[in-house]
Design a protein around this ligand. Sequence first.
Ligand code: NAP
Length: 547
Amino acid sequence: MPEVSSAKRSAVAPDFDVVIVGGGLAGLYSIYRFRKMGLNIRAYEAGDGVGGTWFWNRYPGCRCDVESMEYSYSFDDDLQQEWVWPERYGTQPVILEYINHVAKRFDLMRDVQLNTRITQAVFCEKKHLWTITTNNGEQITAPICIMAAGNLSTPRKPDFPGLDNFKGDWYHTGLWPKEGVDFTDKRVGVIGTGSSGVQMMPHIAAQAKHLTVFQRTANFSLPARNAPLDPEKERKHKEEYRERRLAAYNTPFGIAGYPPPDKSALEATEEERRAIYEDKWQEGGSISYLFAYKDLLLNKDANDTASDFVRNKIRATVNDPNTAELLCPDNHPIGTKRLILDSNYYEIFNQSNVKLVDVKSAPIQEITPNGIKTTESEYQLDAIAFATGFDAMTGAIKEIDVRVDGGTTIEEQWDSGPRTYLGLMVAGLPNMFMITGPQSPGVKSQMILSIEWHINWVANCLSYMRDNNHTRVAAEVKAQQQWVDHVREVADSTLYPLANSWYMGANIPGKARVFMPYVAGVEAYTKECNRVTQNGYQGFEFSTNIS
Ligand code: NAP
């Protein structure tokens, strides 16, 4: 873009060629990639450090549920050969250390402005230029805006009355204090039993005087089986890194090494099924389990066999039968909500200092000065931790006033759910690219692979524009509509829409219930992106500013 913009610039040149919103894994790779193209860039990050998800989610036990040999950048061979992951799954501190290492190694920080939140982005159709406003009142212009604001970066806690009067301390997993929290001798209440709550609670149960778990919906959780990384396994993986990374693009989740199953769960005998599920249970990890049979996410009867297996594991682990039954998920098929990986979660309910409270049958009414009051009882607490999740996938972008000058905001445009073309662009918002946006496989894939794919795609698109003297690109309304329909049809052919998940927007009161990720898989998606590009960026329209 720079040649084009400089050739066509009016008196005042834009501040940058590209503005990047966010300094997480996507923001940092954007800097690296666009800088290589000779572009003048600036990334804006709300935190006082980079890392995104891994900067904010510092709750005890926070760990990635994708194995560390996979969950890393692939763009630099030396980096991936040299970095040593200590465990099978990376902890938050180690992943953050890795991200800071990457930022330093590639000198990325000089293009990051920390402590700065983007509040508004307005596109001028006459100048083909974004004007971006920060929370400090600063205004910056650039022809291209990259939304790298994250999918799970807008923490949400329910609006229970009375929180302001609570005499103890309260926290949200997604905004955990940097200095950590000492729960020794405290009576702690945790609201929420998704990945964050389930990962965190064994650590709190080990430290606190008492832990009360407020559960609205029981979720499926599998053992992570975390362990120090076997040096031989690491050596072999590193030897095959290039081939594995390439092969990952031809898989559903962006992770190589899991051959797709070809058998239906309903074709196997009960004994065979039990043996396979047991094998996967012992192995740990979610892909392996959901890949036991080809139809676990497609056929409810097939799924029931896998769901029942886990319910029986919960019953076999938790001593008190009433507690065990409450912990058994009964309102969604396994895998249709993000499958949780835990380390000794169900076991904590055998500890005398842990109590499970069902807030589905007796909902939380209010926070009192001394604790949490449900319709049945009041629980005395010294601290409350909200593990209540995020306004996922659309929250971070909708929080920004994004629009074309004189047009409607993205929040208004997405009132009935996100509408994108390939999860990359929004028709009517030219020159703005989303990284792992809604309706792309992002959250249903190895996220870093999807981030690199999107940023490389955008880089190629910007080169194409530069080569053709284009200053504006936009998704066509018709192509967007076809993509929105396709994303929905794919989702409807699976069991995913049966769950009230954050994939559906169901965790946020008032949010449109629309299934947001593209679940045909990474392979199908990347092939479609390649097809679009090979057909001359089919579905995108380009133009040149001649003013
Ligand atoms: P989440 O999965 O959305 O879970 C939020 C929990 O809070 C749910 O149990 C929800 O219950 C409960 N909740 C919300 N509002 C409530 C209310 N008013 N009353 C009672 N309970 C309420 O959020 P999360 O655990 O933070 O995880 C979000 C995603 O982040 C994960 O799915 C995962 O993709 C990612 N993550 C990944 C890791 C990892 O890599 N290991 C770790 C943490 C998070 P309902 O189910 O009834 O709504």
